[in-house]
Design a protein around this ligand. Structure first.
Ligand code: ATP
Length: 262
């Protein structure tokens, strides 16, 4: 069964259609990217899928269950996690504490037990810490566990944010520009991490401007322009599509599409 199904999704702002009738599917372990020129509707589409915006039309289904407009924390407990373009890291906390915070999203422990430091609360805290340490090892931040997050390089912060989203053991992980602001080495590290997460069976839905990265790691690409889906398919197919090239014409990204193709 399809893991994530986006069907005819649309939304208007002040009478203008920011996204119109967009549909696509994501299977387990697949890396699907949403691309398009500035203002094409990528972030808006992402926000509708992840419950930040209520769609004006259409439907989002996760494992066959209708989750349209469901709040992000409910989606997270059903298997959909996301990261944000602007990092949501607690800069003054340690790397480990940031990773642990991802586990508290899934907890439904009694608040009183936590306040009174009851054994049940201490046991949960130990489990979360052990899980967080494993995740830090997975994203290459094991040795940075006790450092203040604000002192990390940008690429490491990006990986920390992915670690935190993985705490929920998502079936589908939405990444909003995971390589933005990263240098070539950091981008490659994030590439490898995304590929490893996908290989473990988690589906990845990606919005990313780095066209070379998109062409390298995606199994499937959905192209938006002016809120409409104008093409979709494998990277080699999409990068040769005349409608896609025309949409990007005159932008830096067009050069990216052509370079990645060659
Ligand atoms: N909250 C909002 N209110 C009004 N208009 C909005 C809102 N969010 C997005 N838009 C408009 O919807 C359209 C799509 O914007 P969106 O940010 O989704 O594009 P994008 O493809 O993510 O762009 P970029 O690549 O520049 O991040 C744009 O015309 C934008 O101005």
């Amino acid at each position: 069964m399809t893991l994530l199904s986006v069907e005819g999704l649309g939304i208007s702002f002040g009478g203008i259609k920011a996204v119109n009738d967009v549909s696509f599917k994501v299977d387990p372990g697949e890396i699907v990217s949403i691309i398009g020129p500035n203002g094409a509707g990528k972030t808006t589409l992402f926000n509708m899928i992840s419950g930040v915006y209520l769609p004006g039309s259409g439907r989002v289904a996760l494992n066959g269950e209708d989750v349209t407009g469901m709040a992000p924390f409910r989606l997270a407990s059903r298997g959909m996690s996301r990261t944000f373009q602007n990092l949501q890291i607690f800069q003054n906390m340690t790397v480990l504490e940031n990773a642990i915070s991802g586990f508290h999203l899934q907890e439904r422990g009694p608040v009183l037990a936590d306040l009174l430091h009851l054994p049940s609360s201490r046991a949960r805290a130990r489990t979360a810490e052990a899980g967080a340490r494993k995740l830090l090892a997975r994203v290459g931040l094991k040795r940075a566990a006790d450092r203040e997050a604000g002192n990390l390089s940008y690429g490491s912060l990006k990986r920390l944010e992915i670690a935190r989203a993985l705490a929920m053991e998502p079936k589908v992980l939405l990444l909003d520009e995971p390589a933005a602001g990263c240098n070539a080495v950091e981008t490659e590290e994030i590439d490898h991490l995304i590929a490893e997460v996908a290989a473990s069976g988690t589906a990845i839905l990606l919005v990313e401007h780095d066209m070379k990265m998109v062409m390298r790691i995606s199994n499937h690409i959905v192209v938006l322009d002016h809120g409409e889906k104008i093409a979709e398919g494998a990277p080699a197919v999409v990068s040769r599509d005349p409608a896609v090239i025309a949409a990007y014409l005159g932008t830096d990204a067009e050069k990216g599409v052509a370079d990645a193709d060659g």
